[in-house]
Design a protein around this ligand. Sequence first.
Ligand code: FCB
Length: 452
Amino acid sequence: MPTRFDLPADFRWGASTAAYQIEGAVDEDGRGPSVWDVFAARPGAVRDGHTGRTACDHYHRYAEDIALMRELGLDGYRFSIAWPRIQPTGAGPANPAGLAFYDRLVDALLAAGITPLPTLFHWDLPQALEDGGGWLARDTAYRFAEYTEHVVDRLGDRVPAWITLNEPFVHMVFGYALGTHAPGRTLMLEALPVAHHQLLGHGLAAAVLRERGHQVLIANNLTPVWPAGDDPADVAAAAAYDALHNRLFTDPLLLGRYPDLSAFGVAEDLGGSVRPGDLKLISAPGLDGLGLNFYNPTRIAAPIGPELPFTEAEIADVPRTAFGWPVVPDSLRELLLGLRERYGDALPPITITENGCSVEDRVAPDGTVDDRFRIDYMASHLDALAEAVAQGVDVRGYYTWSLIDNFEWAEGLGRQRFGLVHVDFETQRRTLKASYAWYRDLIAVHRKRFRS
Ligand code: FCB
């Protein structure tokens, strides 16, 4: 059986982070407020009242963090650009000091031999745009394309490939349907225009990038969906959930159409938001790669109430992460093969843009962090990935979530640690975990194998 040691010679090793989760420095150098600053300030919104005000202080410590990446031997680093640093109110000219930060970051990465892979939107919308409707407003898609132009004009000479959006599904559901993330709206199915406007923003930004000769990816959170039983009601519920979680954010890009959401009582125009020509704008620029953020499979049963056509069911008898997420590594292989089956030749090469787990990591008195659970998680997922590759799925790289422990959204700081590097949020001290050494060795072994 193929394993992680059999991945192809040009397979790329990386790690991921996101601006609001690591940077801090929320009011420095002209940065405007984002929806996350405003949301986190609401009492009860984030556990223990934490915010991203300081987070990992990466804005000031990026050189130290890049040294950690270089030691690790990374080929690539996925980070996100904070829109409110570039356009404090989400419109108008670029803020030179904001661009200058990412300029320094990109130069320092290149000097360390690491390819920058920026994400243009990882959930930190300028609050001024939220005040105008956020992603419920069509105009936000056009603002996103303008912001993209500012960034690409400045960094495009050194950055070959870009990720437009991070997990538009999660942003829509947590941010606009359930209200557990910023901007904290509770619109349930009325949040669906947010799907369309994000995808339209992707399409418009992708056109800007493509015109300038850049490669374009999107990072989608995808999950294999398992019906809880053979009962047709469970099977139908699973299909409905699959349409919402997976197809809604991938079919328009690869097939130029929306999936059937009639089980939700939703028409094809997604609440009136889809206009003639939009699907062409979304699909026409094409994708050079599909970024896949993968954490766990999902088990779905027939609905228990009238609100939604599904209910989530427990996956029993499997290990769980500190977050409670089920660990089923082979489901990554299943997902990759399923994508190839579903999209055939329309499927671009895949890059795993996030994969990892939270563990209750503690620094032992001798200064070590024994996160064997994370090593097992990563090793088993990489083996499953290698099997999919051996079965013909084109996967180009693996970016683990995350390089360092960080601000985990509604869970705040310190509860859900996803890093290869432990962060003490009081002192900002970084401590390498066992998984850091393990990943470093894996990358080194892979390189050596193809050099000799
Ligand atoms: C993903 C997010 C990322 C991180 C991980 C744990 O949904 O993209 O920012 O929070 O989950």
